[in-house]
Design a protein around this ligand. Structure first.
Ligand SMILES: [Zn+2]
Length: 97
């Protein structure tokens, strides 16, 4: 039994309930984290990335975006045109594609 102390008194809580609350809190934070991550990915799916070597603009595959390293908004991606793997800056302008 765990004892929770309040100003006016205390209630005894079975440890199973305490454990359930902790597990729920962990699950909750994981779900929130995943939701945030997903929304970032959704945004990235609409982005074009520009190769720093040949300035070719391309839309990476979703699964490659998930695995790619991200630093300061730039992602390490493989250019489909010249094959170089380097940091690619996101490009929002889709008119030239
Ligand atoms: Zn390239």
């Amino acid at each position: 039994m765990w004892t929770l102390n309040f100003g006016s008194g205390s209630i005894a809580v079975p440890w199973q309930i305490g454990l359930a609350v902790i597990i729920l809190a962990i699950f909750g934070s994981v779900l929130v984290f995943r939701a945030i991550n997903r929304s970032f990915l959704r945004e990235d799916e609409n982005k074009y990335y520009a190769c720093s070597w040949c300035s070719h603009r391309f839309k990476p595959e979703k699964k490659k975006l998930k695995r790619s390293l991200m630093t300061n908004g730039e992602r390490v991606l493989k250019c489909p045109k010249c094959g170089k793997v380097d940091y690619c800056a996101p490009s929002y302008d889709q008119d030239n594609e």
